[in-house]
Design a protein around this ligand. Structure first.
Ligand SMILES: [Zn+2]
Length: 333
């Protein structure tokens, strides 16, 4: 019998699987970042996975970003068997291959005015965006080889700023594409089997309609990919469209947040807010106001409206220990 694989998105993991199965668990602590309140869920999941591992005829792979992995390897040390063999996917050979792609891209660009000719390997290696891997930066530059992104990267050597410049240009020049990207960012994903949120579209003053998704899909494919929740049970109707990399999601979120913090706090999916927004007073490992590269910080008024929103949704209690809500707890009387 051949080995089979089973993909699971945290926290949905099975309690039993067939022998000779590789169980792959992804999406730990949030698909885009870390919601800081899911550690109890993580313990339940680790418990289940540990139980599965009692059967030596199967294997478990947990996929995590390296910084999250080192953090939770310590915090979840009771589940040590799950963290025993670390496999690091970054390697020098891969970097070399990506750098060759980058050189080929510049060599093949016949527009002598194009800013890509000013872009250097040095810029990609250094800069404010050091927490983003080089392969991802090269992939982004390959996909979105356009003036505003390249110009911004030449000026700032920062891929997040360059992506926000790219979205700003899209807003001005390719409005429907921009609106679809931001709709997917606000909702978290798009699926034909779910109803189109006309109410949201009205509130954020977009013009798109459900029917225009197919019309623009050719261009949207540069930003999104198809994702099947259950690869064993594939139907086009159930397919979800998500950003091809969490960082593209994060970039779209940053753009929207910079443009209009209040809209994001009021209408964006709650998961993304809890993973990416921190209070302005946030201290990370004792260092004040140290939101990480991919986090944004929120002022009091917007935190208050988020509290109201969570209370209305009936999930305020679940997140009461989240740094966003904890700090403002005493104001909730
Ligand atoms: Zn070029």
């Amino acid at each position: 019998m051949k080995w089979e694989s089973k993909q699971c998105q945290f926290p949905d993991v099975p309690t039993s699987v067939n022998d000779k199965t590789v169980v792959f668990v992804y999406g730990w602590f949030g698909l885009w970042h870390d919601d800081l309140c899911s550690k109890d869920d993580a313990k339940v999941v680790c418990e289940k996975l540990n139980k599965l591992l009692e059967n030596d005829k199967l294997k478990v792979i947990i996929a995590m970003r390296s910084d999250t992995y080192s953090k939770y390897k310590t915090e979840l040390k009771n589940y040590d068997p799950l963290f025993r063999n670390q496999v690091d996917l970054s390697n020098e050979k891969l970097l070399d291959d990506y750098l060759k792609c980058f050189t080929r891209l510049k060599d093949s660009c016949i527009n002598t005015q194009c800013q890509c000719h000013n872009l250097t390997e040095e810029m990609l290696r250094k800069g404010k965006d050091e927490s983003i891997g080089m392969p991802l930066k090269v992939e982004i530059i390959l996909k979105y080889h356009e003036h505003f992104l390249l110009q911004s990267y030449c000026d700032d050597s920062d891929i997040l700023t360059a992506m926000t410049a790219h979205f700003k240009a899209l807003k001005e020049n390719e409005r429907p594409i921009y609106e679809w990207i931001m709709y997917i960012c606000l909702k978290g994903h798009f699926s034909r089997s779910e109803s189109f949120d006309k109410d949201l579209v009205n509130k954020v003053q977009f013009q798109i309609k459900m029917s225009s998704f197919n019309e623009h899909y050719g261009q949207l494919r540069k930003y999104i990919r198809v994702w099947f929740g259950d690869p064993q049970n594939v139907s086009a109707y159930d397919a979800q469209y998500v950003f091809w990399h969490p960082f593209i999601y994060i970039s779209a979120f940053h753009y929207l947040y910079k443009k209009d913090e209040t809209t994001v706090m009021n209408y964006c999916n709650v998961n993304a807010i809890l993973q990416l927004v921190r209070p302005s007073s946030y201290t990370n490992k004792g260092i004040p106001s140290s939101t990480s590269y991919i986090e944004v910080s929120a002022g009091k008024a917007n935190v208050d409206s988020l509290r109201k929103r969570l209370r209305k949704l009936g999930i305020l209690n679940k997140y009461k220990d989240h740094p966003l809500l904890k700090d403002t707890d005493k104001n909730d009387q």
